[in-house]
Design a protein around this ligand. Structure first.
Ligand code: PHE
Length: 367
């Protein structure tokens, strides 16, 4: 090892040239270790200063210190430059073009039944109804008896009920055949006035193009003072106009029979032929038109009001029930109910609604 002045100058020039030429942070680090590391050249030179006499050190020290400082400064400068270049490259490669359409990735869709349930909840919320729920595994009393359908009543046979096996000393349990037991549960737990809708799953042993063993209903119930059939008619008309988004919805009320309503009314809605297509709306008696049954309803039977512990001379009301799946079929044009529950992705893609872009009725009733 030499500390000859010109050799130090050469070493300095060589190291600085190497540092300037380094094109990666790794190469620069290798140079730093070679010069300033434990056994680096500059470290070696600095060590020679120790044993020198003060006079010799005065002479040979400054060029070595200068070499150390210059190389340290060159290393730091180059390191900064390389880091900046790496950052610039990263920023350039990661540049986001905000004008490109967003990539949504794989997306699911909202099932038409969920969509229609949301629409119904929205429409009835505007009319002051809240949503009530009840169990799908129901007892015989709530599903039938309290609704004025006693054990021997022929109406029990109308519902092809799924019963659970009988258990000693237990209530007879079943899968609810309609959403009407929610009427009972609501009247027994809420003080009137009552204004609820109860959407949910119901079960009947039945299967063809328009019947599945599980399907969806929505129940409506109003209990108040001085309620009449006129209130029922107005409510159903307002609801159907908002749901089908047409002003020319014409209803036909037909006398009917349900054990839990008296009088009972079946509600048909008129459809007309438009460009060879049946569309809901207009006078069903016009040529090519007709009537579709959409709802069962009536004034709540006083025996039901009594069974729930209320005084039927003080409180009256109306109730209605309809199939949610059926409403979806009528509004969105599907013709096979079974496909609703097959889980076929192609069907769901075709008939489903985007969760981000759902057509809503947010204008609300009368908008
Ligand atoms: N629960 C009846 C059915 O399932 C529908 C209905 C509800 C009728 C409320 C009148 C009143 O067919």
């Amino acid at each position: 090892m030499t500390n000859d002045m010109s050799e130090i100058a050469n070493l300095k020039a060589g190291l600085i040239a190497d540092i300037e030429a380094a094109d990666t942070l790794e190469a620069l680090e290798a140079l730093r270790v070679g010069a300033m590391g434990k056994s680096g050249v500059i470290t070696g030179l600095l060590k020679t200063l120790g044993p020198m006499s003060p006079e010799e050190r005065m002479e040979k020290g400054p060029p070595i210190q200068d070499l150390r400082e210059s190389v340290t400064a060159a290393l730091a400068e180059k390191k900064g430059a390389l880091e900046q270049a790496a950052l610039d490259a990263k920023l350039a490669s990661e540049k986001v073009d905000m004008t490109l359409p967003a990539d949504h990735g794989a997306q699911g869709s909202v099932h038409p039944v969920s969509q229609v349930m949301d629409e119904l909840a929205e429409i009835f919320a505007d009319l002051g109804f809240s949503v009530a729920t009840g169990p799908e595994i129901e007892d015989d009393w709530h599903n039938f008896t309290a609704l004025n359908i006693p054990e021997t009543h022929p109406a029990r046979a109308m519902h092809d009920t799924f019963y659970f096996p009988d258990e000693e000393g237990q209530k007879k349990m079943l899968l609810r055949t309609h959403t009407s037991p929610v009427q009972i549960r609501t009247m027994m737990t809420q003080e009137p006035p009552i204004r609820i809708i109860a959407p949910g799953r119901v079960y009947r042993s039945d299967s063809d193009a328009t019947h599945t063993p599980m399907f969806h209903q929505i129940e409506g119930l109003v209990i108040d003072k001085g309620i009449t059939l006129g209130h029922l008619k107005w409510t159903l008309e307002t609801f159907l106009k908002a749901f089908f988004e047409r002003e020319d919805i014409i209803l036909r009320l037909r006398p009917s029979y349900f054990p839990f309503t008296e009088p009972s009314v079946e509600v048909d809605v008129g459809y007309t032929l438009t460009n060879g297509q049946r569309v809901i709306g207009g006078d069903g008696d016009a040529p090519g038109g007709g009537w579709l049954e959409v709802l069962g309803s009536g004034m709540v039977n006083r025996r039901v009001i009594e069974a729930c512990g209320l005084d039927p001379d003080e409180w009256q009301g109306f109730a209605f029930g309809t199939g949610v799946d059926r409403l979806a079929m009528l509004k969105y044009g599907m013709n096979d109910l079974r496909a609703f529950f097959d889980g076929d992705l192609r069907w769901l893609k075709h008939y489903g609604f985007s969760a981000l872009d759902v057509p809503t009725l947010s204008g609300g009733v009368g908008a």
